[in-house]
Ligand binder design. Sequence first.
Ligand code: SF4
Length: 211
Amino acid sequence: MAEVKVNEIIGLLKKNYLNVKIALEYSNPLELLIATILSAQSTDKQINKVTKTLFKKYRTPQDYVNVSQEEFEKDIYSTGFYRNKAKNIKNLCEILVNDFNSKVPYTMEELVTLPGVARKTANIVLAGAFGKNEGIAVDTHVRRVAARLGLTANTDPDKIEKDLMKIVPREEWDVFALRLIQHGREICIAKKPKCELCFLNKVCPSAFTFG
Ligand code: SF4
């Protein structure tokens, strides 16, 4: 992969999506952690709708521990996969209460020990709530767009993340993921990417290859 192309891609993404920010709404690390877990297989818009009332009802890890599984499932029903999400969030909050003094830990090592938390979620929480760039959150958009742009040949999220960490300056890891997500949502969409409108179409190895 030519160095110049990579730098050009990173530069163009930055220029076109200068002020990106996370779409999930939160006001503290716990809220970001819960919102990120809930966002799996859902949309940020839907999650923001749910958390608007959820975060008024549940303010501390203990609040999530105290509620019954059934009641909590009802509260998050519309986010999909609500049974698993409810179970994970309740278990996770119990661990926060027992082992972390009811605080969200701020290291990758500790975060990934929590139920339902893999590197993607941990990266989002570390960057969004603690300002720490420990890695690059690889979601479905990041995976697809990075592959189309030739930034990775891997399909495993952890390997994709490593590939991207090598080519993107560390201080931009979080915004780089957000830029790929925005590009994936607006231009490089899954089914039929809008290559004719894409500012990357001169440097993208996949440009105009979709019938
Ligand atoms: S040129 Fe096409 S495939 Fe490449 S990033 Fe742009 S929209 Fe995606």
